[in-house]
Design a protein around this ligand. Structure first.
Ligand SMILES: Cc1cc2nc3c(=O)[nH]c(=O)nc-3n(C[C@H](O)[C@H](O)[C@H](O)COP(=O)(O)O)c2cc1C
Length: 179
């Protein structure tokens, strides 16, 4: 997309994907976007696990009971982790990288969705982070923030309507309580 603002308005969470694989060149660009992300003290505390195996995607989709099914429907997921011993800002580092990947995916015309893992739990109370760490052999010192699902869109979502943006949440000069 030529216009960055248009890209922002058109990016919506996509949870249904066609069976088409994501082109390896596009996968590379998406990971490159993550690796360009700014990080606290330039610590780059993040590491990423790229998953394309459908059995593993299905397994990961069971990390929590709700809002994770898009993982099983996606041809590609990137598990976003960061070393909690390296940066007290690991959540922020990982969040920025995840958002960059979503924007790069949108620019490539692909759909994506953020599936939260941190502080989420399975039906049996197991932390979703432990479930994902165990499934993929991720070391204990790595927090698992989220899984970004990516693929060719199999659903249409309306772009964000700029007229509906919540400008009342923006305070100019100082905080104002009036709505
Ligand atoms: C921190 C965060 C956690 C999210 N967790 C989930 C999730 O677990 N499952 C899911 O399907 N979507 C999840 N989403 C996507 C949101 O539901 C989505 O961004 C929101 O509904 C706004 O819709 P939009 O992205 O289409 O504008 C998450 C998004 C963020 C930023």
């Amino acid at each position: 997309m030529d216009n960055f603002h248009e890209l922002l308005l058109n990016r919506r969470s996509i949870r249904k994907y066609t069976d088409e694989k994501v082109d390896p060149e596009d996968v590379k660009l998406i990971l490159e976007a993550a690796l360009t992300a700014p990080s606290s003290k330039s610590g780059r505390s993040w590491q990423f696990v790229v998953v394309e195996d459908s059995e593993m995607l299905d397994h990961l989709s069971r990390c929590k009971p709700n809002y994770a099914t898009s993982i099983a429907k996606a041809p590609l997921a990137v598990v976003v982790t960061a070393d909690i011993t390296k940066s007290e800002a690991w959540i922020e580092d990982a969040s920025v990288a995840a958002a960059f990947m979503q924007l790069q995916a949108a620019d490539l015309g692909l759909g994506s969705c953020w599936v939260e893992v941190r502080d989420r739990y399975g039906e049996d109370g197991e932390p979703a982070e432990d479930y994902v760490r165990q499934a993929l052999g991720i070391p204990d010192e790595f927090g698992v923030l989220c899984i970004i699902t990516i693929g060719h869109k199999d659903e249409q979502r309306r772009p964000i309507d700029p007229a509906k943006l919540q400008w009342e949440k923006v305070h100019i000069g100082k905080w104002r309580n009036e709505q």
